[in-house]
Design a protein around this ligand. Structure first.
Ligand SMILES: Cc1cc2nc3c(=O)[nH]c(=O)nc-3n(C[C@H](O)[C@H](O)[C@H](O)COP(=O)(O)OP(=O)(O)OC[C@H]3O[C@@H](n4cnc5c(N)ncnc54)[C@H](O)[C@@H]3O)c2cc1C
Length: 471
């Protein structure tokens, strides 16, 4: 079986590893390094940037823990210097080295990598042109094709980015110094993460959000914690504000809102979503279906409407997460190569927003349960009572679990904490394997640990379902 994969992000390279393992002859065609936008521009760079920002949070709690800095009076947080060029160099080097590592891994598994722009000439031929789409480099014959071309930052014609003052998420890394006044337009995960980082680096950040709260798609209690933390750290939020245009001025940039208000900054960062990169691939001609947002329509096993053409990742316009892209890609190859495969479990997807504290969620949210009239029992346990949180002088956050009332099956959860992205793992496993709250509470956790709060929350939730815990 000869498989050609267009796009070298997690949707593409994870699929390649599975297909190669199952004996297929695999070629990845990508117009940039392996790892795709995920590793080179989006997920990995933003998390590396946030790791530097996290260092400032650690320093902030140091005096409370009895760590003092010579020459700085007791209980006064020292002023720090942010070396942005070094931070950005580290971001770039780490992304490039991660991309190289992925390259070595797929090569070791016998996958061929061709650099260029891929398009589908017919269901059994992929054409590779040079990166600007001009010269034809190669025609690849194949039995199956996987489209994993990802997404691009959404742009506004009335807000052209210039890579200096008006920036999209991928242009942030060109900054040479910390913006004095940064306006972040867009209240989703990406905006919240960059706002977190630049607040820590000392920017005065204004968050322009189109709804009445930040992170409108997230657990409401979690969003409220983050709003509170943002406010405490000096972030200003302009709510119910839709950006109509952004203009460069002599002092920086100005955001004109639809209602006539304006918000000014030295820099403006647009984080208004991502658009599937599904154009120019020749798919329309072949009858591949698209949804309203331009995403390639697929079924539960990642097949498009053309039987031997599969699609995975952001290009499908579904949940735009690296983990989802990778799973869609693997499922495609398992299906193609005759393995027993189940459709992707949308009811058990885990995600994290890397704010400080982080927001990690899995499965059903309380808001969605209410909207869909799904009966759930919910228990929320603040982290403030957790002994590990007290030792670390961390007070914000909570654990929340959702279970079905009769069976007690865990159907969702949220953790708001420093390392929520790791802590969510046990709830994710419970959700995926349909464990009950009682079962989750009986699994051992370490004492003292943040994870202990998950066990305690599960114990109380099980008690509420059984009628023994009434508080
Ligand atoms: C700022 C930001 C932060 C994020 N952080 C996280 C996070 O923390 N966790 C998480 O799970 N997700 C995160 N995401 C989402 C995650 O990056 C995406 O879901 C993921 O990259 C999707 O992977 P993919 O394989 O579909 O596409 P990509 O990673 O976009 O890779 C697709 C590749 O295909 C290439 N390509 C496109 N067209 C062609 C063509 N015609 N020929 C050849 N190559 C082509 C592209 O240039 C790209 O290199 C973040 C996104 C953003 C914007």
């Amino acid at each position: 079986m000869r498989v050609v994969i267009i796009g070298g992000g997690p949707g593409g390279y994870e699929a390649a590893l599975v297909a190669a393992e199952l004996g297929a002859e695999v070629t990845i065609v990508s117009d940039e390094g392996l790892g795709g936008a995920c590793v080179l521009w989006d997920c990995v760079p933003s998390k590396t940037l946030l790791t530097s920002a996290q260092a400032f949070s650690t320093l902030e709690t140091a005096p409370d823990l009895g760590v003092h800095f010579q020459g700085v009076p007791w209980h006064q947080v020292p002023t720090y210097e942010v070396d942005l060029p070094t931070i950005m160099r580290r971001v770039r080097e780490l992304a490039d080295s991660q991309s190289e590592d992925i390259g070595k891994r797929v090569e070791a598994d016998g996958v061929r990598f061709v650099v260029g722009k891929g398009s589908v000439a017919d269901p059994h031929t992929v054409e590779v042109h040079d990166r600007d789409g001009g010269r034809l480099i190669e025609r690849l014959s194949c039995d199956a094709i996987l489209i994993a071309t990802g997404s691009d930052p959404r742009t506004m014609a009335t807000a052209p980015t210039d890579g200096e003052v008006i920036l999209c998420s991928q242009e942030v890394y060109r900054l040479k110094e910390v913006p004095e006044r940064l306006v972040v337009v867009g209240a989703g995960a990406t905006g919240a993460e960059y706002a977190t980082a630049f607040l820590r680096f000392g920017s005065q950040v204004t968050f322009v959000v189109s709804r009445d709260r930040v992170l409108p798609g997230e657990d409401e209690d979690a969003a409220m914690v983050i709003e509170e933390v943002f406010e405490r750290r000096g972030l200003e939020t302009v709510k119910n504000a839709r950006a109509a245009s952004v203009e460069r001025t002599s002092a920086g940039g100005v955001v004109h809102l639809e209602d006539g208000r304006t918000v000014e900054g030295t820099h403006v960062l647009l984080t208004i979503g991502q658009v599937p990169q599904s154009g120019g691939l020749g798919l329309e001609r072949l009858g591949v279906g698209f949804n309203q947002s331009g995403g390639v329509v697929i079924d539960g096993v990642s097949r498009t409407s053309v039987p031997n053409i599969y699609a995975a990742g952001d290009v499908t316009g579904k949940l735009m997460l690296a983990s989802v892209a990778a799973m869609q890609g693997r499922i495609a190859m398992w299906h193609l190569l005759g393995q027993a495969v189940s459709p992707l479990r949308w009811d058990a997807v885990a995600a994290t927003i890397f704010t400080d504290p982080q927001i990690a969620t899995v499965g059903l949210s309380e808001q969605r349960a209410a909207k869909k009239d799904i009966d759930v029992v919910v228990h929320k346990l603040p982290l403030a009572g957790n002994s590990r949180a007290k030792m670390s002088s961390l007070h914000d956050g909570f654990v929340k679990l959702l279970a079905r009332p009769g069976s007690g099956t865990i159907v969702g959860g949220a953790v708001i904490a420093g390392y929520a992205s790791d802590l969510i793992a046990s709830i994710s496993a419970a959700c995926f394997n349909r464990l009950t709250a009682a079962q989750l509470s009986q699994a051992f956790q370490i004492y003292p640990s943040f994870a202990g709060s998950i066990q305690e929350c599960a114990r109380r939730l099980a008690g509420r379902i059984q009628g023994t815990y009434r508080y």
